[in-house]
Design a protein around this ligand. Structure first.
Ligand code: HEC
Length: 81
């Protein structure tokens, strides 16, 4: 997904392997069947936050777009891994 590359998400995430962050497959499994999944992930990928990686705080990036439609696509893509 181009947006993931442009937003440097793949530095810490991959689709099926654990890197610094959980794989998107893991995330999809975690949110499977949860009604609030889309809302939660939308917030997570659009609002910059801090995450702990091996005890060190790092900035969690946000997607480089303001297009709500693109964000929705991305979230649904992650959830359907
Ligand atoms: C600095 C490394 C890093 C970058 C860059 C990064 N992430 Fe993450 N991400 C993490 C870590 C670590 C977690 C786990 C945080 C937690 O569970 O508190 C995480 C969690 C997530 C989750 C799961 C959230 C949840 O509630 O389970 C999603 C979805 C996600 N990232 C998407 C993205 C997207 C999309 C981008 C690009 C805009 C991105 N990440 C960039 C490290 C990163």
């Amino acid at each position: 997904m181009k947006l993931l590359e442009d937003s440097k998400c793949l530095k810490c995430h991959s689709v099926d392997k654990k890197k610094d962050g959980p794989s998107y497959k893991e995330t999809a499994a975690k949110y499977k069947g949860k009604a609030e999944a889309e809302a939660k992930l939308t917030k997570h990928v659009t609002v910059p936050s801090k995450v702990k990686i091996d005890g060190v705080e790092e900035d969690h990036g946000a997607v480089k777009t303001r297009d709500a439609e693109k964000v929705r696509n991305l979230v649904q893509w992650i959830l359907s891994r």
